[in-house]
Design a protein around this ligand. Structure first.
Ligand code: KIV
Ligand code: ZN
Length: 518
């Protein structure tokens, strides 16, 4: 058995599936590039058949990523497999198609309405069909942890015979427990005759808060690929947080068979921040490894202990996961070359034109705040590059509000060179601004979520606002904006959501109804 554990990141597929986390192409590309710097072995870039946007994202990431394998998801149907193969073409022999088909009694009876024999036939045919396009096929028996163990073993054997290189065992609904999952993986290792011809992978959801423990139990049992997301984002309670699994394996190797891992752990914090910023899903302060408080010691006893000997209260070195590596901040006196160099260090691959627009915004921000920290700069990048050409741009915001005054906002927008202005009253300045934007853009958005987050330290930090707005499309649209003024940041975020909704409404969406025929 190889001693390397491969990491498979599905932040851009399962992670992006969680309500409110949708990312556009630029954001996905930025996440994918950072995953590669982190050393992810496989990047699942999307579900190509589900929409033109997903197809384009997988296709672009397959072109841009040069080291990691790039994977596309497909149901066990010909049209999905063809779409994945087409989207992945630029990745050449680094392309992987991930085919899934449910195998639990519940799913077979109520969702697929298929008997075991049909499932076995479809699985074999699906893998063989995928194999006609790419060498690397991963197969997932969906809801594996609730599948009859003997049938699961039969499915695994069948797909390996058909050519699957990786067999992934998903705990789709986060139901299993560490002992049980250990037993499932051991059962497969001991009872599937051809098991050594494929890598066993695991994919744990966190409904019972057991995803990390379950993934680690599976590694102990012999699984050699772990799938998950950074920050644990994903459907419902999320997927396993890969940074936690990675650091558990690094910190307690003797507990998990001293497996090898090729992850550049110093990139973890940066990756977490990029994912949080791009997905709009903020990280809880006390979250292990990447939360703001993960290495903060406030009690005097702890601080004293740490000063004498770090190991007294820290089980890992914060520097090893990328904390404490901040460079000197930029100021309004920093020139374009310095800003460009810092952008490159931060991993933003921007065109000259994009650097110009970031620099223009940087100068404005530099006038209103003394230091521009790395996180401020990343927020500026995110904000400046959000604008969609040909759509609405913010010209100005003005508002009057206070505890005894009815809030009134006036907003100026620009579209195709033409200026528009309107005002509205509202329940606070932000509400008034959103209403004024609706009046100009003739949209009627219903705000489903609103959050504000300080990009860096200090009272003058850039405020990053994320909104989730229902415009009557298939799902709420996420918008983001940043400014030292949170009301302006709110206007930018809402406008960003309006622009995204316009783009989304133009895109044809493929049906997601499952038609399980091959
Ligand atoms: O949770 C799940 O079962 C999945 C599969 C597609 C692997 O995400
Ligand atoms: Zn999943």
């Amino acid at each position: 058995m190889s001693d390397k554990v491969y990491f498979f990141d599905t932040t851009l597929r399962d992670g992006e599936q969680c309500p409110g986390a949708s990312m556009n192409l630029r954001e996905k590309l930025e996440v994918a590039r950072q995953m590669e710097r982190l050393g992810m072995d496989v990047i699942e870039a999307g579900f190509p058949c589900i929409s033109d946007g997903d197809f384009e994202a997988v296709n672009t990431i397959a072109k841009e990523i040069t080291k990691a394998k790039v994977c596309g998801l497909a149901r066990c149907v010909k049209s999905d497999i063809e779409a994945a193969a087409k989207a992945l073409e630029p990745a050449g022999d680094r392309a992987r198609i991930h085919i899934f088909l449910a195998t639990s009694k519940l799913h077979m009876e109520h969702k697929l309405k298929k008997a075991e024999s049909e499932i076995l036939r479809m699985a074999a045919e699906g893998v063989a069909y995928g194999k006609s396009f790419v060498q690397d096929i991963e197969f997932s028996p969906e809801d594996a942890s609730r599948t009859d163990l003997n049938f699961l073993a039969k499915v695994v054997e069948t797909v390996i015979d058909a050519g699957a290189t990786v067999v992934n065992i998903p705990d789709t609904v986060g139901y299993t427990t560490p002992d049980e999952f250990y037993h499932i993986i051991r059962h497969l290792k001991e009872n599937v005759p051809n098991i050594d011809k494929a890598i066993i992978s695991v994919h744990c959801h966190n409904d019972l808060g057991l995803a990390v423990s379950n993934s680690l139990a599976a590694v102990r049992a012999g699984a050699r690929q772990v799938e998950g997301t950074i920050n644990g984002i994903g459907e419902r309670a999320g997927n396993v947080a890969l940074e936690e699994v990675i650091m558990a394996l690094k910190t307690r190797p003797e507990q998990f068979g001293n497996v090898e891992i090729d992850i550049n752990t110093k990139e973890i914090v940066k990756t977490s921040r990029i994912v949080a910023r791009m997905s709009g899903m903020q990280v809880q302060r006390s979250k292990a490894i990447v939360g703001e408080n993960a290495f903060a010691h406030s009690s005097g006893i702890h601080q004293h202990g740490i000063l004498n000997c770090r190991e007294t209260y820290e089980v890992m070195d914060p520097v090893a996961v990328g904390w404490g590596t901040t460079e000197l901040p930029l100021t309004k006196h920093s020139g374009r070359a310095a800003v460009k160099a810092r952008l490159e260090q931060l991993g933003h691959a921007l065109s000259e034109e994009e650097v110009n627009s970031v620099f223009e915004r940087f100068k404005k921000v530099g006038d209103s705040k003394k230091f521009v920290y790395d996180d401020d700069l990343s927020a500026i990048v995110d904000d400046s590059l959000h604008s969609h050409s040909g759509l609405w741009e913010l010209d100005f915001v003005q508002f009057v509000a206070g505890s005894h005054a009815r809030a009134t906002s006036t907003i100026g927008l620009i579209k195709e060179g033409k200026r528009y202005e309107d005002s509205s009253t509202g329940n606070g300045a932000v509400d008034a601004i959103f209403k004024a934007i609706d009046r100009i853009t003739k949209k009627k958005g219903v705000l489903k979520g609103y959050s504000v987050h300080a990009a860096s330290e200090g009272k003058d930090a850039l405020g990053e606002v994320t909104v989730h707005v229902d415009f009557g499309l298939a799902k709420p649209v996420t918008g983001k904006g940043a400014s030292t003024d949170v009301v302006e940041a709110s206007a930018r975020a809402y406008l960003n959501a309006v622009n995204r909704s316009v783009r989304l409404a133009e895109m044809p969406q493929t049906s997601s109804v499952i038609e399980p025929t091959i």
